[in-house]
Design a protein around this ligand. Structure first.
Ligand code: GTP
Ligand code: MN
Ligand code: MN
Ligand code: MN
Ligand code: MN
Ligand code: MN
Length: 213
């Protein structure tokens, strides 16, 4: 039987093998570029077609490259903190400076160079819960005053969390193309925050693979 200390060491090794590292470890590495992205979400009482609860609004964006991702971007930790940099990116991409703090940090990944991201990057992911009214204000600003609108960002999109009788909704959304590991960031967040039950999510992932098959 493993002692708790060796169990946690084993867990740490597994995390490192999967490319996961702590915020502090990431900042201590020199010669790496850093990017910070955030999942902004709220609960909602709205109903689809006036009958199915939508439950939560999650904001993602259609990027200039046609891929779905979270708002955020490249941050230079020698010039600004990760969180200040993320807040700056949100101002550029959403038109509103949403304050992000260290407590909103969820995880950090080391992403080796690969197409379509030719340089190695350390990716920091954050999650922040907001009020529905704030999310609606963000959507308005993102489509009007945000300087990146129509250039880096083609539009904000909400994630459908339901699966329709026809097997679309979340399965169809997950079948699109995402930047980097944005799809797994979304899936992990849905699980961690219990926004979709694990069996519903499992079913949606299975259906999503069949959509283009
Ligand atoms: P520029 O201002 O043009 O430099 O763009 P940006 O600073 O907004 O950077 P961007 O948001 O494109 O993010 C930089 C890199 O991070 C991308 O090239 C991807 O490799 C990666 N990336 C972008 N969005 C996401 C995301 O949602 N999740 C993850 N994990 N990585 C992302
Ligand atoms: Mn209609
Ligand atoms: Mn940007
Ligand atoms: Mn960006
Ligand atoms: Mn940028
Ligand atoms: Mn930019």
């Amino acid at each position: 039987k493993l002692k708790p200390s060796s169990w946690s060491a084993d867990f740490r090794r597994k995390k490192m093998a999967s490319g996961q590292l702590s915020r502090a470890e990431a900042l201590a590495r020199s010669g790496c570029r850093h990017a910070c992205h955030v999942m902004l979400y709220s609960s909602t009482k709205a109903q689809l077609f006036g009958r199915s609860p939508i439950k939560h609004i999650i904001l993602m964006q259609m990027r200039f490259d046609g891929l779905l991702g979270f708002p955020g971007g490249i941050v230079d930790p020698s010039k600004e903190t990760l969180e200040a940099g993320l807040t700056r990116e949100l101002l550029e991409e959403l038109g509103v400076a949403i304050p992000i703090s260290v407590e909103d940090h969820v995880e950090t990944y080391y992403a080796p160079a690969s197409s379509p991201s030719p340089s190695q990057l350390i990716l920091h992911f954050y999650v922040k819960k907001m009020e529905e009214e704030q999310i609606m204000e963000l959507e308005k600003a993102a489509a009007s005053t945000a300087v990146d609108h129509g250039e880096e960002v083609l539009g904000m999109v909400r994630v459908p969390l339901y699966t329709t009788k026809g097997g679309v909704g979340l399965p169809a959304f997950l079948s699109h193309s995402f930047i980097g590991n944005a799809r797994s960031q979304l899936v992990q967040s849905l699980l961690r925050l219990n926004l979709v039950s694990s069996w519903e999510l499992h079913k949606a992932l299975t259906h999503s693979l069949r959509i283009h098959a």
